[in-house]
Write a protein that binds this ligand. Structure first.
Ligand code: PMP
Length: 355
């Protein structure tokens, strides 16, 4: 058995892969592949409707929010957010907690004025700044809820009276949130929702059209909303597999159940990192992510050897991102505690050998 700790695209449940592969050959006994049916067919329309229904149900999305399935990844949202929400001459507030947050701000700067309200770049983004001011005249406040590369997560939404936009690419569907705390949420699907190729956007209808700009339709949320995510040909297979994954999550008991599992998984791994004298965590303890666990070795000369041992033990994708080094175990929803235990066992084995 391979234990897939990849950061994204990443592990999805085996049963989702099985059903998804079946649909490539024969979708719902139509005698046709999911890959060859029209996106306007009744069969595919039902897929979009069910996917939206599952998102609404699992995340408890109120009726005054629209749910969209778009393309272009979270990166396209870095541009669509300011295009749709930042008026000419207006200013947006950005929270700089890592590479993705920086990229989002960089794109917004091409469209209007951006104020960085706080940054953790002084410590290579290993913590979440707190207690900063968000100017009340900002068109919106943008932040990244989980910093995939640095293993930090914002558990408490910074308080502000301005509309809040959040990139939840790497922690959406992993813990209970209150949608009404946010005005726009976006997430590339390829961590906890489904395969790469589709981006989930949840947007409060009243903030639409705030920028007053005339936009190309493909970059304007409104035509996508009016067309029910069918303004153009949607990423049919990515949506279909996301639907299967959302069904899996619902059958498990929903987000409150998976959140408890995620807490236990993260705690098990962090406990070992703290206990084992060969390893140390890189993120500030109170800001440690439940999705991406980053750690290094006390003696970095031993890292290559631990990586080799992990490979032997079928632990895949734990090499850290180049900007942090060491290791990163991404422990998304579909990764079981069995895989966490396999990693912990390898860490103990390494300790035994070297002590
Ligand atoms: N935001 C976050 C938090 C991410 O982790 C990633 C990708 N890993 C992105 C944005 C970029 O996503 P995409 O590749 O879908 O554009």
């Amino acid at each position: 058995m391979k234990h897939n700790f990849g950061a994204g695209p990443c592990i999805l449940p085996k049963e989702v892969f099985q059903e998804a592969s079946q649909a490539v050959l024969d979708f719902n006994n139509t005698g046709l592949s999911i890959l060859e049916i029209s996106h306007r067919s009744k069969e595919f329309e039902e897929v979009v409707v069910e996917t939206e229904r599952l998102v609404r149900e699992l995340l408890n999305v109120p009726q005054n929010y629209s749910v969209l399935f778009l393309q272009g990844g979270a990166s396209q949202q870095f541009a669509m957010v300011p295009l749709n929400l930042l008026p000419e001459g207006g200013k947006a507030a950005y929270f700089d907690t890592g590479v993705w947050a920086t990229k989002a701000a960089k794109e917004a700067k091409k469209i209007g004025q951006v104020e960085i309200v706080a940054s953790s770049s002084d410590k290579n983004y290993n913590y979440i700044p707190k207690g900063f001011e968000i100017p009340a005249d900002s068109a919106y406040f943008h932040y990244t809820s989980n910093n995939t590369i640095y293993g930090t997560e914002v558990f408490e939404k910074p308080t502000t009276s301005v509309p809040t936009v959040v990139d939840m690419s790497s922690d959406i569907l992993s813990r209970v949130i209150d949608i009404t705390d946010y005005d726009l949420i976006y997430a590339g699907a390829q961590k906890n929702m489904g395969p790469a190729g589709v981006t989930l956007v949840i947007i409060k209808d009243e903030i639409l059209g705030r920028s007053g700009r005339s936009l190309p339709s493909i970059l304007d949320y409104e035509p996508h909303i009016k067309a029910g995510s069918m303004y153009n040909t949607p990423p049919v297979y990515s949506i279909y597999v996301s639907m299967l994954n959302l069904r899996w999550l619902k059958a498990k008991g929903g987000i409150s159940v998976i959140e408890q599992e995620n807490i236990v998984k993260a705690r098990t791994l962090y406990d070992e990192i703290e206990r084992n004298p060969f390893f140390k965590g890189t993120a500030a303890v109170e800001d440690r992510s439940r999705m991406n666990v980053t750690f290094v070795m006390e003696n970095s000369d031993l890292e290559a050897e631990f990586l080799a041992l992990s490979k032997e033990r079928n632990l895949i994708g734990i090499k850290g991102h180049r900007s942090v080094g060491g290791f990163r175990a991404s422990i998304y929803n579909a990764l079981s505690i069995t895989s966490i235990n396999a990693l912990v066992d390898a860490m103990r084995e390494f300790e035994e050998k070297h002590k």
